[in-house]
Design a protein around this ligand. Structure first.
Ligand SMILES: C[S@@+](CC[C@H](N)C(=O)[O-])C[C@H]1O[C@@H](n2cnc3c(N)ncnc32)[C@H](O)[C@@H]1O
Length: 210
């Protein structure tokens, strides 16, 4: 799997505005506004992790930002599980690496730098993929959903959570259609504060994406 070892913290933040299709990517320098105790408490993030994550799982937090979910996911997967934190911006991954070192959970954490049009992990490599407040920032949500449909293992889950203040419900309908097109089954709309959410499962047999 093309994941990074935890690097030394660096100040490198790529200028995502130079990348076509990513004019609205949330900047790493504002990470604190999404990663602070008040938001974690308001959004019940510990309960969120407990609801979906089991011990020993490999969980992908895609578009992790500075990974506000990191400690709760790490606690939920336990010593035998892993979290892959994936993001477009090296500046975000540097923050995740520093947090993981500080909390001594680096052995459970892998970092992965995405390209804007491709997450780029191997097929069937995660039990659960969480895209928290990120899909609306991708250049093609359709391509993203299709890629995730094969990144989660057969029987695995894709969880999309989108912010109500940014995303219209019609967009969620489009995500549902993309997921259906590549064989994912809609299972539920979990309640997540301030958010729309969709939980899909990849059938145990292989899904065929066109
Ligand atoms: C609004 S932030 C949300 C961060 C975090 N998930 C949270 O809930 O606090 C969106 C994140 O998605 C990342 N992102 C945007 N487009 C992406 C893409 N195509 N591939 C990977 N990450 C992407 C951004 O770099 C940013 O860190």
């Amino acid at each position: 799997m093309a994941t990074q070892e935890l690097p030394n913290e660096s100040d490198v933040v790529i200028n995502v505005k130079n990348k076509p299709g990513n004019e609205h990517v949330y900047p790493a320098k504002h990470a604190f506004f999404l990663d602070n105790p008040l938001r974690r408490w308001l959004m019940r993030q510990r309960a969120f992790a407990k609801q979906f994550v089991r011990e020993g799982m490999t969980v992908l937090d895609v578009g992790c930002g500075s990974a506000p979910l990191l400690f709760d996911l790490a606690r939920a997967v336990g010593p035998t599980g892993h979290i892959i934190c994936a993001d477009l911006q090296q500046g975000m991954l540097d923050r995740v690496a520093a947090k993981a070192r500080r909390k001594r959970i680096s052995s459970r954490v892998r970092l992965h730098r995405c390209e804007s049009t491709k997450v780029g992990l191997e097929p069937d490599c995660v039990d659960l993929a969480i895209a928290f407040w990120m899909v609306h920032e991708t250049p093609s949500p359709e391509a993203f959903v299709h890629e995730m449909a094969t990144t989660v293992r057969p029987g695995g889950v894709l969880l999309i959570v989108e912010p109500k203040h940014h995303v219209k419900p019609q967009l969620l309908e489009a995500y549902e259609n993309y997921a259906r097109d590549c064989g994912l089954r809609m299972e539920q709309r979990p309640r997540v504060r301030f958010s729309w959410s969709l939980m899909f499962r990849r059938p145990a047999e292989r899904a065929n994406c066109s």
